[in-house]
Design a binder for this molecule. Structure first.
Ligand code: F6P
Length: 348
């Protein structure tokens, strides 16, 4: 078979491990693997290159994606869906594997449902917010990076008696914030699923000081929802409020600085901010993410070979499985509140 593969949306540690797995297994079974460059943009422009054993050698530990990525939405363009189908035919493909988060998989699902394109999905996102799978690769790496950052920030927080606010990624959900916050011993964790009140945050910090804990670590997800008298929702204060990507997402960021100002105002304690940003998506994947990405890649190739199109590789109940892409993207997977309640025991 001639199998196309593309990576779309934000880069994520483990993408290269998926590309390697599909290429290695595909070639072993006599397939040709065609790398589509720059995500869905490559399916509009036909930018591609054949992947060989040589081109995927030494790849498992490398972050990013050798195929490059973009946030291109082919359906934003008039006739974009048909154009993708045209490229698919021109490149003589028999199947396409789309590796991405909810936006990418939404495009894949539409191409399958509306154009009968033989597509298989592989879920990726550091945010871990895809419903159809227990976990996505990239998440473990991001949690490890954030946990290490919190450990390091503890040093300064304790030495200077400061409040340290750490802004982490998490557009719709607080998975990274809650996991890394719990692992790093955060004193407060603020997430999109639980709108927060600034006075309550200040009270927790003041109560810590009252018992002799003169420093605090506050972890806030970039999409955390703030409750004020006239607003419940995310705070975007980075000058990029008007920048929207092709899927309609605004560029988040700024809640950390906003929060620090408000904490300092209410408590009088010196408060500093660290915005971890893309550091959370960069560098080498953890062993766990390399393994998960490899298993997803192998499963995606199986699905192609079995002709199970419209399906996505997934981890379900701890086992590698397949779920319909349509189901997987139906809704966002919010933070497990049982987990949050455990993290909450250690607030304050
Ligand atoms: O979807 C993953 C993610 O890292 C989000 O947490 C974040 O809001 C977004 O990507 C940032 O994307 P970009 O790098 O394109 O600005």
């Amino acid at each position: 078979m001639r199998i196309g593969i593309l990576t779309a949306g934000g880069d994520c540690p483990g993408l290269n491990a998926v590309i390697r797995a599909i290429t290695r297994k595909g070639i072993q079974e006599g397939d040709n693997i065609i790398g589509i460059l720059h995500g869905w943009k490559g399916m509009l422009t036909a930018q591609h290159e054949e992947l060989t054993l040589r081109s995927v050698s030494g790849l498992i530990h490398r972050g990013g994606t050798i195929l490059h990525t973009s946030r291109t939405n082919p359906f934003k363009e008039e006739g974009g869906g048909k154009k993708v189908v045209g490229t698919f035919q021109r490149l003589n493909l028999d199947a396409l594997v789309a590796v991405g988060g909810d936006d990418t998989l939404n495009v894949a699902s539409r191409l399958f449902e509306e154009f009968d394109l033989p597509v298989v999905g592989v879920p990726k996102t550091i945010d871990n917010d895809l419903k159809g799978t227990d976990v996505t690769f990239g998440f473990d790496t991001a949690v490890s990076i954030v946990t290490e950052a919190i450990d390091r920030l503890h040093t300064t927080a304790e030495s200077h008696d400061r409040v340290m606010v750490v802004e982490v990624m998490g557009r719709h959900t607080g998975w990274i914030a809650v996991h890394a916050g719990l692992a790093g011993g955060a004193d407060i964790i603020l997430i999109p699923e639980r709108p927060f009140d600034l006075d309550e945050v200040a009270e927790v910090i003041l109560a810590r000081h009252a018992i002799g804990k003169d420093f605090s670590i506050v972890v806030v997800a970039e999409g955390a929802a703030v409750k004020t008298s006239d607003h419940v929702g995310p705070i975007i204060a980075n000058g990029d409020e008007k920048k929207v990507d092709e899927f309609g997402h605004v560029r988040l960021g700024g809640v950390g600085h906003y929060l620090a100002r408000e904490i300092e105002k209410r408590t009088g304690f010196e408060t500093r901010v660290t915005v971890l940003g893309h550091i959370q998506r960069g560098g080498t994947p953890t062993a766990r993410d390399r393994i998960l990405a490899t298993f997803f890649g192998v499963k995606a190739h199986d699905l192609v070979r079995e002709g199970r199109f419209g399906m996505m590789a997934a981890m379900v109940g701890g086992r590698i499985d397949a779920v319909p892409i349509k189901e997987a993207i139906r809704e966002v997977k919010s933070v497990d509140m049982e987990f949050f309640r455990v993290a909450e025991i250690f607030f304050g």
